[in-house]
Design a protein around this ligand. Structure first.
Ligand SMILES: *Cc1c(COP(=O)(O)O)cnc(C)c1O
Length: 405
């Protein structure tokens, strides 16, 4: 490889999405941000939209805001997520709750829709909240957890899922992109396998939504859940989204029966009667403030297009891998690339491992280069295509290289 800084200048010059960087608020004194897959950077449009919400809609419309438009935001914003990012038709997606709570609601709805089955399939390296939520559901509903032992540098392969499926499996829960390795699961093939055994499939899209194109309707996915504060730039604690295939609306019911998911909530009636359609997956008052930056960001992502975002994402991760490969055997020992080398199986980040990387990560933060550290020895280089330049990545890797004593 030619000098990484020179290569980065070339790649930035060819970058069709380069102009989008100026739509984000400045981040100085941070020199390089490699965590857009964990907390996306704020857009200028989000700051403006929040100001408008507070000063105009909230301040002057007050409670009328609910009937003006806020009441419909869970479905309306969900439909936008579906159209822009999920490859899903309207009427199947809502924005509400946190990912953890939404995952619980959808997984409970799924197992309740398969009452004669007794197993949930999951993998050992899924994100902690996914494992913990399913452990709780297993205890609560008396279901057995069937663990797939995934390679931490990869993730669930279709053959591994096939090996544990049988006609007693109610639900399979996996991440589309693994939070540690960035393994991109073959969601279509795995969904088909689950269906061949009569099981339901729930995909966690936290690390793929907004970075990897998907076709939930065509893949016939049953349920999906995802974050909006990672690649969707919704801001700290922004609400989650949940997708329920329309086939299952009217068959699958979530467990947190709040007034906002009831048919005609303002009748304040006795007895819960689920609302029609995806609205029945809402529980309480919609997090309006939390949806404002997300709505602004979805407008930008739609303009850029997820296909173009994915193309840049692949180029960014490829650039990281090529640069690290060009180091050969640095002082202190080789850096291991703990992410798939095959771009078709790789999401939007690259994890680099070495046994001293916890200390190295601390030193990078002191240099205003901000990746994140993942136990036990991984520095995760997250690359959010709309806000990250190749020069920023080249600088970060140069600083990292300088720390490899
Ligand atoms: C980030 C992430 C979550 C986060 O859940 P919260 O309820 O928002 O804290 C869940 N699952 C996966 C796979 C994630 O990457």
């Amino acid at each position: 490889m030619t000098d990484p800084a020179a290569r980065a200048r070339e790649l930035d010059a060819q970058d069709a999405l380069a102009a989008y960087r100026s739509e984000f608020l400045p981040m100085d004194p941070v020199a390089a941000y490699l965590d857009g897959n964990s907390l996306g950077r704020p857009l200028k449009a989000s700051a403006d939209a929040l100001d408008t919400l507070v000063r105009q809609q909230w301040a002057t419309r007050l409670i009328q805001g609910w009937t003006d438009e806020w009441m419909d935001w869970p479905e309306q914003t969900g439909d936008t997520v579906a159209r822009v990012c999920l490859g899903a038709a309207a009427g199947q997606t809502i924005v509400a709750d946190s990912t953890t709570v939404m995952l619980y609601k959808l997984a409970r709805a799924a197992v309740a829709a398969r009452p004669d089955r007794h197993k949930i399939v999951l993998d050992r390296d899924n994100f902690p909240t996914d494992r913990y939520v399913l452990e709780g559901i297993s205890r609560e509903c008396g279901l057995e957890l069937v663990w797939i032992e995934t390679d931490p540098d990869e993730g669930a392969h279709p053959e591994q899922v096939a090996a544990v499926l049988d006609d007693d499996v109610a639900l399979v829960v996996l991440s589309h992109v693994a939070y540690r390795s960035a393994w991109l699961a073959d969601a279509q093939a795995i969904t088909r396998l689950a269906h061949d055994h009569g099981a339901l499939m729930l995909w966690d899209l936290c690390h793929s939504v907004g970075a990897v194109p998907m076709q939930l309707d065509d893949w016939d996915v049953d349920f999906a859940v995802g974050c909006t504060y990672k690649y969707l730039n919704g801001g700290p604690g922004a609400p989650a989204f949940g997708y329920v295939n329309q086939r299952l609306l009217g068959e699958a019911y979530q467990p947190i029966q709040g007034w906002m998911g009831r048919h005609d909530p303002f009748l304040m009636e006795q007895g819960y009667v689920a609302a029609q359609g995806i609205r029945s997956f809402v529980s309480g008052t919609p997090p309006i403030v939390g949806m404002v930056p997300l709505r602004a960001s979805l407008e930008v992502i739609e303009r850029a297009g997820v296909e173009a975002i994915r193309a840049k994402s692949v180029a960014l991760t490829q650039f990281v891998i090529e640069t690290v490969d060009s180091w050969g055997e640095p002082a202190g020992g080789p850096v291991r690339i703990a992410s798939p080398r095959n771009a078709d199986r790789r999401g939007g980040h690259v994890t680099l491992c070495r046994n001293d990387f916890r200390a190295v990560n601390d030193r990078l933060w002191r240099e205003s280069v901000i990746p994140d550290f993942r136990e036990p020895d991984g520095i995760r280089i997250g690359l959010s295509p709309l806000s990250t330049s190749f020069a920023e990545v080249a600088h970060s890797l140069d600083v990292l290289r300088g720390q490899l004593g």
